[in-house]
Design a protein around this ligand. Sequence first.
Ligand SMILES: Cc1ncc(COP(=O)(O)O)c(C=O)c1O
Length: 373
Amino acid sequence: MTQLDIGIPGFILPEYIAQVPPYQRGTSTAKAGPSIKMSSNENPCANEWLKEKIFLIANMDHSRYPNDDYPLLKKLIAELDDVELNKIFLGNGSSEILSLIARIFLNSERIVVQSEHTFPLLSICAKLSGASVVLADSKHYKHDPAALVSQIIPGRTVLYVDNPNNPIGSLLKIDELKYLIESTRGTAFLVIDEAYHGLVCSDVYQSAAQLCNDEKHVIVLRTFSKSFGMAGARVGYAIANPNIISILEKYRPPFNISSISSALACEALRDTKFTYSCAKYIESEMELMIQDSIISNHLVYKPAANYFSLRFEEQHADKITDLLMSAGILVKHMADDPALIRVSIGKPHENVFFRKSLSTALIKVNHLEELEI
Ligand SMILES: Cc1ncc(COP(=O)(O)O)c(C=O)c1O
């Protein structure tokens, strides 16, 4: 047991909590001067139309709590995704939904099964709920559905996949998704996280939302953070069977989306052309990125969304991250795989500057190594 240092005798932090590593946030400040942020997989395109609306929305009367049913926002999502209203749940970012899933459905008797290279939030929340996390091997940095399914303990498992996965950007094919949905039916609760839905430019990608229309055991997560470029507003949603939705509704905090954010999300849903233009922009900038010989040499996988991972020798990745930071560029050095650096697509001049700075950083790292020899 570790003592919680809040000055109140008896407040003990249980070992199972003290041992949970915190979520590694993408760095948001460089040591000095202005910075180019490529560390949090945000959408690099600003929605000018939405920016104008913010002033109008901010000037509305926010002295009352919002309508806790969020009828307009749910109606617009239902129309966009062609699902019934009672299959939609709203969260304060999809992060809140992951955290609620852990609080409601996980305990020390349950396990979370996920791949090695996966967005880690559910596993962190699971451990805080006392559950264990089982990592299935991935296949060349892709989810391996058979390996995941082989780890299921019937009646005790939440199986989590992100599609595309973060940090690599690899995709599940439609038959792999169907296999996961079928193999978990009656044995596990399947969470499919589609945070980058809308930004994916690949014929391989298929959302699970329509595949699991009548399934009792599947929940699909989406967010306004990425495709709508609204990471700061914190709005996410889930699509699932009404039974799952009603349980989440019962235990969520009241008014979990602010009136400003829900109004903003409604406006964003009136401008779906924006998301399409972002996806096209990302596709063309990604093409330029991976044409770069240094990037293609170190690229782990041809990415499907607005970020990619580069693999270096472990002792180099840290130095390269620091050198990029000194140049004013923030990237994410992955704590759970220290050979990897994850980079998000930025604006055109930022991407050009990144390529130049990466090349300089590599020259410096190799030069330093020669001096050490
Ligand atoms: C796969 C995945 N799921 C969920 C999230 C959290 O998104 P939100 O901003 O909706 O909390 C992220 C954020 O990077 C992510 O990459």
